[in-house]
Design a binder for this molecule. Structure first.
Ligand code: HEM
Length: 134
C-alpha cells in the first residue's frame, strides 16, 4: 500500500510535465513562419524595384518630354520620373483621354489626385518608366 502511494507521488509531476510540454513547443511555430515569409516578400519586392531602376536611368529635359505630346508618342512626368504612356493609354480603365491629357507635361497633380497611394496604379506607372527628369 505505502509503496503504491509513493510510486504515484513520484510519477504525478512527471505525468503533469508531460501533458504541458507539447503545448509550449507547438505554440510559437505559426507566428514565426508567417513573419519570416513576409520578410522574404518584402526583400524580393525591393530587389525587383532596384533592378527596374537600374535599366531606366536616362535623364530627360522638359523640352524633350514636350516633344512627345500626342497619342502617337505620349511621355509624361510624374513625381520627377519620366514615363512613356503611349501604349498604356489604350488599355487604361479610366479611359484613354485621362492619360492622353498628361502627354508632354507634368502629370503629377492629376495622377496624385486620382491615384495617389493606390498600389496598382503606382506599380503600373513604374512599369512604364523610361527615366528621370533633369
Ligand atoms: C499615367 C498615369 C496613370 C496610370 C498609370 C493609371 C493607372 C490606372 C490603373 C492601373 C487603373 C486600374 C485600377 C484597378 O483596376 O484597380 C486605373 C483606373 C482608373 N484611372 Fe487611372 N491611371 C493614370 C492616370 C489617370 C488620371 C490622370 C485619371 C483621372 C484624371 C485617371 C482616372 C482613372 C479612373 C476613373 C479609373 C477607373 C477605376 C477607378 O475609379 O479607380 N487615371 N488607372
Amino acid at each position: 500500500m505505502k509503496r503504491t502511494q509513493l510510486t504515484l507521488l513520484f510519477l504525478l509531476p512527471v505525468l503533469l510535465a508531460g501533458c504541458g510540454a507539447p503545448v509550449a513547443v507547438t505554440e510559437p511555430t505559426p507566428g514565426a513562419a508567417a513573419s519570416s515569409s513576409a520578410q522574404e516578400g518584402a526583400s524580393a519586392q525591393s530587389a525587383q524595384s532596384s533592378a527596374t531602376s537600374q535599366v531606366t536611368q536616362q535623364t530627360w529635359t522638359m523640352t524633350q518630354v514636350a516633344e512627345h505630346a500626342d497619342a502617337q508618342s505620349c511621355y509624361t512626368v510624374i513625381n520627377g520620373g519620366v514615363y512613356d504612356v503611349t501604349s498604356f493609354a489604350n488599355v487604361h480603365k479610366g479611359g484613354a483621354e485621362k492619360v492622353l491629357a498628361l502627354c508632354g507635361k507634368d502629370g503629377t497633380a492629376s495622377f496624385e489626385k486620382k491615384h495617389g497611394g493606390q498600389e496598382k496604379a503606382v506599380a503600373t506607372l513604374e512599369s512604364l518608366r523610361i527615366g528621370t527628369l533633369q
